[in-house]
Design a protein around this ligand. Structure first.
Ligand code: FEO
Length: 393
């Protein structure tokens, strides 16, 4: 049984340690939690539901907290199915429940849940809902990270039910609360993979929420934040402003090991001069690789990106091109860029990578390293490149 958050607030979410790919795309080596909360007062409110497949555990968690009491209100902060899949299930179990959500969510409820949209109370910016001795208040946070997203504020406890905001990959551990150091990498990966495109809406939401005296954040993924709120908010603030630490994210794909050899040599050169780096092989040659998911995490983490691709079909090696498009779709800014890679008869990949980087406004640190055939016979002079990367932006 999970620890109690407070007398009024109880955790009724679930850990998912079986799902391999979140959204069908993003690996979950440490699992993920789908968080749901009860606010228990004269009326009982359930804040969000959980992913389908957890009906029994979810209901057992609810019953464990409220027994045979009914749920009066189901607050839907966000309609992505990892949180909304069990709306119909809750409506069946508690037929008198009133759904509390905003107007943009209503057609999504109908579309996803194929359930009647009777007994819905639509709220708008700043609206309040009394539960008896306390009240919930609602603030719209559009595009964090869907258009209908909102957050729920319980002022009497300084508690923000924040939806995906301040969430992280990684199943909950024994402690329900805090653990920023443990979750930090998975929070960065979650942010970069899922929310990364929406830096501007996240900044807007952060400014709006800064007016609240937040003492507790109950997100839909990961721990409840109490003692590390400043760390978590600062981290989301930095990520959504595309602020990076000094270091190099080396991302490459390789067909026969030659572009990989250049990537390794660049990593060794950086290591020798003490520049932090991360190495990501996108061609599936490393069983532990997080693929594009991990590469995006470190693209958000570091101020320099080094991308290696052989020339393939007169273009960029497909997994590397997919990575670059993923970076572009997240509107990543303020990065330095270096391209390298092998070719056999016509070197195209480095030029095309540079063109993509230029479109993103990245600072291209030099023309890049293109080499013909085997790396062992055509080595790049990577020491000066590593030295350039040592310079801080
Ligand atoms: Fe965790 Fe956007 O859903």
């Amino acid at each position: 049984m999970m620890e109690k958050i407070s007398d009024k607030i109880r955790y009724v979410g679930v850990n998912d340690i079986d799902k391999e790919l979140f959204e069908g795309l993003w690996p979950l080596p440490f699992g993920v939690s789908y968080n749901s909360y009860l606010v228990i007062d004269e009326k009982v409110a359930l804040i969000d539901t959980v992913e389908g497949g957890f009906e029994d555990e979810f209901m057992a968690n609810i019953k464990n907290e409220i027994g045979d009491r009914k749920i009066d209100f189901l607050v839907i902060n966000h309609m992505e199915p990892d949180h909304s899949s069990l709306i119909s299930f809750i409506k069946e179990a508690y037929p008198d429940v009133t759904i509390i959500t905003n107007a943009k969510a209503v057609p999504m409820i109908k579309g996803y849940q194929n359930c009647g949209i009777d007994n819905i109370h639509i709220v708008a910016e700043g609206d309040r809902l009394s539960l008896g001795s306390c009240e919930l208040q609602f603030f719209m946070t559009p595009m964090v990270h869907w258009p209908e997203t909102m957050v729920t504020w319980l002022a009497s406890e300084g508690t923000l039910f924040s939806g995906d905001a301040f969430g992280t990959f990684g199943a909950l551990t024994e402690s329900l609360k805090d653990g920023f150091e443990y979750f930090c990498d998975e929070m960065t990966r979650y942010y970069s993979n899922i929310v990364g495109k929406y830096g501007t809406p996240v900044q807007t939401a952060l400014k709006k929420l800064s007016a609240l005296d937040i003492k507790r954040i109950c997100s839909t993924h990961g721990p409840v934040w109490e003692n590390e709120i400043a760390d978590v908010v600062r981290h989301y603030d930095r990520l959504s402003r595309y602020e990076a630490e000094h270091g190099v994210c080396i991302v490459y794909g390789s067909m026969y090991g030659n572009t990989a050899a250049a990537a390794m040599e660049l990593a060794e050169s950086l290591e020798r001069i003490g520049v932090p780096y991360a190495l990501h092989d996108l061609a599936g040659n490393n069983e532990d690789s997080l693929g594009i998911s991990g590469a995006l995490r470190d693209t958000f983490r570091f101020d320099t990106i080094a991308v290696g691709s052989p020339t393939y079909n007169n273009g960029i090696f497909p997994p590397v091109e997919t990575f670059m498009r993923a970076v572009a779709s997240r509107l990543v800014k303020n990065r330095r860029f270096y391209a390298f890679g092998s070719y056999t008869w016509s070197g195209v990949s480095v030029r095309k990578l540079n063109e993509m980087a230029q479109e993103l406004g990245f600072e291209i640190i030099n023309e890049g390293g293109s080499f013909a055939q085997a790396y062992s016979t055509q080595k790049l002079d990577l020491k000066p490149v590593a030295e350039l990367m040592k310079n801080r932006t």
